[in-house]
Design a protein around this ligand. Sequence first.
Ligand SMILES: [Ca+2]
Length: 162
Amino acid sequence: MHINYNEIDTHGIIYHLKRKGSNYPIPYPSDTEGSDPYNLFDDNPLSGWHTGNIEDASIIFDFGEENMFSPSGYILKSAPWGWSQRFPQSWILEGSIDRVKWFTLDEQNNSLSLNGFSLTAYYPVVSNNSFRFFQLKRTGPNLLGDNKFELAQVEFFGYLNQ
Ligand SMILES: [Ca+2]
């Protein structure tokens, strides 16, 4: 099943799984500083997840073996008005089948695509392989200059093997 991005409907694979009642994806953040990483999937732009000021800030999404997919892109949404202006600008997205060997799918360096409250940006990915695990890793300071990683929403697109 192809679930691809279009500008009118930004619902993707996570929305599809939630609507089916799936418990996936399961988030494994490096840190939460008290925030709930499930806020990234709640379709609510006012809720989000963030880490503390740590250098290896990251989050892994486990889609489960039955929901492996070949990615065509992903969406990130920046934090809402009233949060700090710690908008991410440098990160990588990696995919893995076994959570041991990781493949780089996308790399953003000093991107200004999320430089503002509640901005949504789409990042295309070219891959012929299906993955169960996806990892977002902060690779440089946010736009405020520290190492906190803050996001309001995450969504993925691609070809689901089901
Ligand atoms: Ca949210």
